[in-house]
Design a protein. Structure first.
Length: 119
């Protein structure tokens, strides 16, 4: 009984696989052409195209770093605000933290902007 059940399940799986594979042949399409990097590599010049993709990856990494710095400074300011509400910190510390955090974010954004021109 057990071997018969196993054989029946295997046969049904094979029928299902065959049916699904027949359906998939018409669905397959050609892959789209890849997007050129922002520097616009000429046709056939693979090295320039790879350099362009590396530059674009560097810009994305720089934007990611800017977002992480923004979230980090925001978290620090919110935690300092909560400390001031609980009475463990003074409100002047909240203002000072916000000013210094804003300065850090502006400085990091400036450095990343300058680095994107160098890349």
């Amino acid at each position: 009984m057990n071997k018969k059940l196993t054989r029946t399940i295997n046969q049904q799986c094979m029928v299902l696989y065959t049916f699904l594979s027949m359906l998939c042949f018409d669905v397959q399409a050609a892959l789209p052409t890849p997007v050129n990097p922002s520097t616009g590599a000429p046709k056939g010049d693979w090295l320039t195209m790879i350099k362009g993709y590396v530059k674009d990856a560097g810009l994305v990494l720089g934007l990611t770093i800017a977002v992480v710095v923004f979230l980090w400074v925001s978290w620090i300011i919110i935690s300092k605000f909560n400390e001031a509400r609980a009475g463990r910190a003074e409100w002047g510390e909240v203002g000072l933290t916000a000013i210094v955090g804003t300065g850090v974010m502006i400085f990091v954004s400036f450095l990343l902007t300058e680095a994107s021109g160098v890349i």
